[in-house]
Design a protein around this ligand. Structure first.
Ligand code: ATP
Ligand code: MG
Length: 316
């Protein structure tokens, strides 16, 4: 198998969602799923659909939820040779319910499931890799998963790969802002690219105000900060300036996973050496299309659809 350009590491989970909004978890009601999920998995799948060679480091149980995830990776071309199948542990699960005010609530089974048993990163996994992508959700999940991510960063750097970090943190799992920054520090120090939302930029930098927070991340040594702004698109901060790239109007059905699809578009654009404005367009297109299907990974865009929406058909 040829070397992978992109390595993604972290939780492989299926998502089971309430059918109706405003249906809390403390009473019986209908669910639908399983949908393949996990932030790093959505990222990997979108990157593969864009045509990049992606390998995943993670674990599933020997059950049909695990098969659901592996089948999706096989279908979309994510290399799962580093995905362990663990007997005696169930595949990770997230239950999600949405409320009409736009908020969502989760019940996670990650750290105590197969998802939490990340294979120990090995140097050969990173041979030829250009990017390693780390998600804050993985750092939030358990100490063992954090350590695996830190090791992966070291090995990726040794192999000459760059590190991208989506701080999709779960402060409620980490017990406040201070532990959260401590947990992120080893990754942040090594990251070339950080892809936060406004709140995440402030949390991560400890600085108030979105602009100032993103500038603080740059001052800390990050080369590019790609700020996600929902339907408004994104703003890209670098040492040589700031550009805002408007989002695309779509009929959004399920916002979960948009950020991970955006990340894949952004890193795909960097690998293809597009200019920053084009990269912003491609990332926005992936994020926007990601919202148009129910299920976190279902909206991951095929290459042609993403390039068409981003007005990059000449680069297909
Ligand atoms: P996630 O729920 O995956 O964590 P996020 O909060 O990290 O998402 P968002 O800003 O919601 O990130 O979305 C990421 C990107 O996806 C945006 O920057 C934008 O490009 C695109 N996007 C998200 N929602 C919409 C929308 N409703 N319409 C158009 N584009 C969208
Ligand atoms: Mg996010």
């Amino acid at each position: 198998m040829p070397d992978s350009e992109i390595i993604s590491i972290g939780e492989l989970i299926v998502e089971i969602m309430r059918k109706q909004v405003d249906s809390p978890f403390d009473r019986p009601d209908d669910f639908i799923g399983p949908f393949p999920s996990g932030a790093p998995a959505i990222f990997a799948d979108q990157a593969a659909r864009l045509g990049h060679r992606v390998a995943f480091i993670g674990a599933v149980g020997e059950d049909d939820f695990g098969k659901c995830l592996l089948d999706r990776f096989a279908q979309d071309g994510v290399d799962s040779q580093y995905v362990a199948r663990i007997s005696g542990l169930a595949t990770g699960v997230a239950f999600v319910t949405y409320f009409s005010d736009g908020s969502r609530q989760y019940i996670f089974h990650i750290g105590n499931s197969a998802a939490g048993r990340l294979p120990r990163p090995q140097a050969e996994m990173f041979t030829g890799a250009k990017w390693l992508h780390i998600c804050g959700s993985t750092l939030s999940a358990s100490e063992a998963m954090r350590q695996a991510c830190y090791q992966a960063c070291q090995m990726a750097a040794q192999a000459g790969a760059r590190i991208s970090f989506d701080p999709n943190l779960r402060p409620e799992l980490l017990g406040g802002e201070e532990p959260l920054r401590r947990v992120c520090q080893p990754v942040l120090e090594m990251a070339s690219l950080v892809l936060p939302s406004s709140t995440e930029a402030e949390l991560l930098s400890g600085v108030e105000g979105t602009e100032a927070a993103c500038q603080a991340l740059l001052n800390g040594g990050v080369e590019i900060v790609a700020l996600k702004r929902g339907e408004a698109g994104c703003t890209i901060f670098t040492e040589s300036g700031t550009i805002s790239v408007p989002g695309y109007q779509v009929y959004a059905i399920d916002p979960t996973g948009a950020g991970d699809c955006f990340d894949a578009g952004f890193i795909g654009g960097l690998i293809e050496e597009l200019d920053l404005e084009e990269i912003g367009r491609l990332a926005n297109a992936c994020g926007a299309l990601g919202t148009t299907r129910k299920g976190p990974m279902e909206g991951a865009a095929p290459r042609a659809a993403a390039f068409e929406l981003a007005e990059l058909k000449d680069k297909l």
